[in-house]
Design a binder for this molecule. Sequence first.
Ligand SMILES: [Zn+2]
Length: 215
Amino acid sequence: MHYSQQFSGNDYASSKVRNSGAVLTGHFGIEEDPEMHSEFYIDKATLFSEPQTVFSLGRQLKDRLLNPDDIEVIVAPPPFGLFVALPLGIEMSCRVVHIDEHQNKLFVRRGSRRLIDGRKVLAVDSISISGGKLQTVSKLIETLGGEVVERAVLIDRGASHPAYATMNNRPTSLLRANLRILPRSECPGCIAGIKLSNEFGFASKRHGMMVEDSL
Ligand SMILES: [Zn+2]
């Protein structure tokens, strides 16, 4: 695949992401679905380490929204949703509410509830494959009395997933990734007997490194 074909939707954003060094090639497991593998990995830690890139991408997402003037508050989940929500909130002059995560459960702080109750809400995340996290976020917002008028992500990776690409109601996105995701049985890396990369990903899961608090 030619590098210029890895993403579609916005040429400027596409070149920014490609040049960030965040798109890696190798043999990777998909965190959201352990049965699926890919030759490509988008390393969020690298992508979101450059403030200029992060802010220019986040601000551009506004142009993709269906009804940006209707939105009263942007709500974003960890770990990287806030990196998109903050520049977007500046561009749209609206509040941003951060969702916390503890032991794989999403929750909001007490002070956030009144910021969501009765408001029209945009739910935003960084990169989505199945859209599952944004669905959970939407449920949480509705439980708190907010109305989710739109869901949006910077990069929609589900476009390259055989099951998710055909799902209705996909989130609005700045970029659609054409980075192939395959079942393990069809994965070229597995067929060639190549070990899965464990250099990137979530520190608290099977990848990466946990550093104990020594204080
Ligand atoms: Zn594989």
